[in-house]
Design a protein around this ligand. Structure first.
Ligand code: CAA
Length: 357
């Protein structure tokens, strides 16, 4: 099913698929060795993928959200690491500035992020607050026309490679969002996490020690931070759902190509159902409609489908070829950008408000 994709969306899908199969695939050995693929990010920028949803006035490609989800899906079929680099850069690394920033912030940061000259990251999770994001402890003390940030952030995707960091910290008026640059004194990048999967994606610990951020880099007002984080996670979760869909799709196709059998029918059904949920959420977001519930449904289901498909793929084929990579890459889609339990909470809150199915 093509979901009524426009000719331009189909053309873009074919181009990203070609790029993924012919260029992204050649970076897999390097990524599996644990290296962040900077050269691949440059090639993704040449393909105009890094600013895909950013309006042309800010140097982006000006495509719709559906096109972006198609791109994450296609990239993730070949490399889930490439998928998450783009997803975090776009959904939560760049969009908060576009949606909530001042014109001056947009002019200063978006064109470089959209061109791929800069990479974006998002600093919400802390050692003692992951799922309960509202209990974060990093502080932002107002000091004249600046804020002084102290605290630490955990599991920061693109951390170290990124030039800009959307940081959430507790100011007097509540959780507040800021833009920090890698070069800001007091921003210290820790060691790379040794992960089970997504070896090409960087994940680091970050510490802020008396990091001074100008007032001009505050996004919105004091106290707006939690809503800014949540609103951008709606889009982010569709991106991760598309990444999970890519892994599920790839595991299914791999198993089907190596060992077609009747048990793959269940896998095919859940991949197809995941596809419907992911693109339903993407269509809503693209149309500017509320999609929090649908985003969480898509992420909850697609991540489960990815784990199930990758598990079945390994069960049937063993650890040969890409099968074990799908297996290692799939699990985190049930954990980051809100665990499956968090998605259930979000869905239940929407259902309780009468936003039924
Ligand atoms: N859009 C806008 N506003 C929203 C919103 C949304 N989607 N969701 C909630 N809000 C608002 C609510 O309206 C509410 O506003 P009021 O106070 O004015 O009524 C406020 O935010 C608080 O909302 P809740 O009462 O729902 O908040 P909560 O504390 O009960 O919990 C939660 C919310 C869903 C559990 C939340 O803490 C959450 O999503 N946790 C998971 C965090 C997460 O996903 N982290 C991912 C880190 S990023 C990452 O993983 C990137 C990566 O590396 C790949």
């Amino acid at each position: 099913m093509n979901f009524g994709f426009t000719a331009s969306q189909q053309q873009m899908r074919d181009a990203v698929r070609y790029f993924a199969e012919n260029v992204v695939a050649s970076f897999i050995p390097q990524m599996e060795a644990g290296e962040f693929p900077s050269a691949l990010v440059r090639k993704m920028a040449e393909q105009q993928l890094m600013g895909i949803t950013i309006p042309k006035t800010y140097g982006g490609t000006g495509r719709d959200f559906i096109s972006y989800i198609i791109a994450i899906h296609e990239l993730s079929k070949v490399s889930a690491a490439a998928g998450v680099i783009l997803s975090v850069h776009t959904s939560v690394g760049t969009t908060p500035i576009l949606s909530f920033g001042t014109e001056a912030q947009k002019q200063a940061y978006i064109p470089k992020l959209a061109s791929g000259e800069w990479l974006g990251a998002f600093c919400l999770t802390e050692p003692s607050s992951g799922s309960d994001a509202g209990s974060l402890k990093t502080t932002a003390r107002r000091d004249g026309n600046s804020y002084i940030l102290n605290g630490s952030k955990l599991f920061i995707t693109n951390g170290g490679a990124a030039n800009t960091y959307i940081v959430f910290a507790r100011a007097e008026g509540g959780i507040t969002a800021f833009i920090a640059q890698k070069s800001t004194p007091g921003l210290m990048i820790g060691k790379d996490e040794k992960k089970m999967g997504l070896h090409g994606s960087k994940t680091v610990f970050i510490t802020f020690e008396d990091m001074c951020i100008p007032l001009a880099n505050r996004i919105g007002e004091e106290g707006d931070g939690f809503k800014i984080a949540m609103a951008n996670l709606d889009g982010g979760r569709i991106g991760i759902a598309a990444q999970a869909l890519g892994i599920a799709d790839a595991a299914y196709q791999y198993a089907q190509a190596h060992h077609p059998n009747i048990q793959l029918a269940d896998m095919a059904v859940s991949v197809e159902a995941a596809r419907l949920l992911v693109y339903q959420a993407a269509f809503l977001r693209s149309a500017g409609q509320q999609c929090g519930k649908e985003a969480s449904m898509a992420k909850l289901f697609a991540s489960k489908a990815a784990v199930a498909a990758a598990t079945e793929c390994v069960r049937q084929i063993g650890r040969n070829g890409a099968a074990e990579r799908y297996f290692r890459d799939a699990k985190v889609t049930e954990i980051y950008e809100g665990t499956s339990e968090i998605q259930r909470i979000v869905i239940s809150k929407h259902l309780a408000k009468g936003m039924g199915i």
